[in-house]
Design a protein around this ligand. Structure first.
Ligand code: ARG
Length: 466
């Protein structure tokens, strides 16, 4: 069994149960690539600064490169006794290089090392997630484009409210996903800060060059306070919060897809590839993917709470509690990236049923507000018009008629200001067309919004054959 790098001041060996309890190797091995990249940058800096010999620096870099190859090839043995990925790699380096390997940890601590690894890991995943969100936005915009003129009921309180374009509804999600991208992108400036050089907590006696290490790793900034550098996990909290918000957005859409695919709505049909059957009821096609996305939202929000609780009350600087951040973080990354990708596939392959949406536009008096607006154009104060239309709706309901099926004489009983052109305001199409106010659902506003979204995602759907 390999010797622990910190075994010097210990006489007895670690109890097996303690080893099992404290080891993070089973999960932080995921940071191997970042750990090696950080160590290579550190070794080069040590050599450049004359802290180690240039030839030693070269040997360390070559040794680490070889270990990276071993890990990638699946040849690396992860010995649980070595506690974490940092010690596993350093021990392997020493086993390969002998005494020279033991120089790598000069002017460094696992405390600044682990903080760097996680920052490198997360920066990459965040960039990947921003791209995943672009894929989701692309799927949403394509679907909106394909069904640009489809009208559906818009809802408030889950009651039919006013007619809207289906594309307008989809573009509401595009706004959320755009904000999600912006939040993630903006947070990168705080994630890409190199903590290397803080050492254990107080800095180091060696003439290090933290900026050179940061530059080599592609991080534009270096920590400003060594205590903060090793104890700061704000960048993880921010990510967990951003991921929770993304999941909440996905969950809201998931809920709509579940409702819309139920036979009571029938607005959409889920692709077979994204649904599953029932083991007892042969007729069932269940919306498991959106249901699981909705369910996993609780898990991601739970990780945010878990992380906040880990950090609450930690005295400065490093504490082992911080090791607990990783499983929350890794699961958050995996869950949110898979959910975004699955949702993109779902949206991409969704069948839209415009007839079912059109059928739902009847019976709910969805153009009642239009009639009130019309009466306002004829001089009635809005509150009066509202009252008159309310009375008209009550009458129509009693007659089992739509507003547009009433005669002008019937309407005049309740709305004395009405004229024959009132019918022009009662049709579903005209209701949508008249909502030309900024950000409204009129076809020309939606076309503009669609073009804007396409430009943001870097697409030109008009030139593409879709
Ligand atoms: N496995 C540890 C973690 O994830 C690495 C840092 C350990 N530092 C220490 N002083 N024990 O946080």
């Amino acid at each position: 069994m390999a010797q622990k790098p910190w075994s010097g001041r210990f006489e007895g060996k670690t109890d097996q149960s303690v080893e099992d309890f404290t080891s993070s190797l089973s999960f932080d091995r995921r940071l191997a690539r970042q750990d090696i990249a950080g160590s290579i940058a550190h070794a080069r800096m040590l050599a450049q600064q004359g802290i180690i010999d240039p030839a030693e620096g070269d040997r360390i870099v070559a040794g680490l490169t070889e270990i990276r190859r071993e890990i990638e090839a699946g040849e690396f043995e992860f010995d649980p006794a070595l506690e974490d990925i940092h010690m596993a790699i350093e021990s392997r380096l020493t086993a390969r290089l002998g005494e020279v390997g033991k120089k790598l940890h000069t002017a460094r601590s696992r405390n600044d090392q682990v903080a760097l690894d996680v920052r490198l890991y997360l920066a990459e995943e965040v960039e990947g997630l921003i791209a995943d969100l672009a894929g989701l936005r692309l799927a949403g915009v394509r679907l909106a484009h394909l069904h640009q003129n489809v009208i559906m009921p818009g809802y408030t309180h889950l009651q039919r409210a006013q007619p809207i374009l289906f594309a307008h509804h989809l573009l509401a999600y595009d706004e959320m996903w755009r904000r999600d991208q912006m939040r993630l992108d903006e947070s990168l400036s705080r994630t890409k800060v190199s903590p290397l050089g803080a050492a254990a907590l107080a800095g180091t006696t060696f003439p290090i060059d933290p900026a050179a290490v940061a530059a080599e790793l592609g991080f534009p900034r270096v920590f400003r306070n060594s205590l903060d550098a090793v104890s700061d996990r704000d960048f993880i909290l921010e990510f967990a919060a951003h991921a929770s918000i993304i999941m909440v957005h996905l969950s809201r859409l998931a809920e709509e897809l579940i409702l819309w695919s139920a036979s009571e709505f029938g607005f959409v049909a889920l692709p077979d590839a994204y649904a599953t059957g029932s083991s007892i009821m042969p007729q069932k096609k269940n919306p498991d993917v959106p249901e699981l996305i909705r369910g996993k939202t609780g898990r991601v929000a739970g990780h945010l709470m878990g992380l906040l609780m880990i950090l609450k009350g930690l005295p400065l600087a490093y504490n082992r509690d911080l090791q607990e951040d990783k499983e929350h973080l890794f699961d958050t990354v995996d869950t949110v990236r898979a959910s975004v990708t699955l949702m993109a596939g779902l949206v991409e392959n969704l069948t839209v049923r415009p007839e079912a949406m059109a059928a739902a536009l009847h019976g709910g008096f969805l153009t009642a507000t239009d009639m009130a607006d019309y009466l306002v154009t004829k001089g009635a104060p809005f509150r009066t018009a509202h009252e008159q239309v309310g009375n008209t709706v009550r009458f129509a309901e009693g007659q089992g008629k739509e507003l547009w099926e009433l005669s002008l004489t019937e309407i005049l009983q309740f709305a004395p200001g009405a004229e024959p052109d009132v019918f022009d305001w009662l049709s579903i199409e005209n209701s949508v067309a008249r909502r030309r106010s900024p950000g409204g659902t009129a076809p020309e506003r939606v076309a503009e919004a669609l073009e804007r979204a396409e430009a943001e995602i870097g697409l030109n759907l008009h030139e593409q054959d879709i």
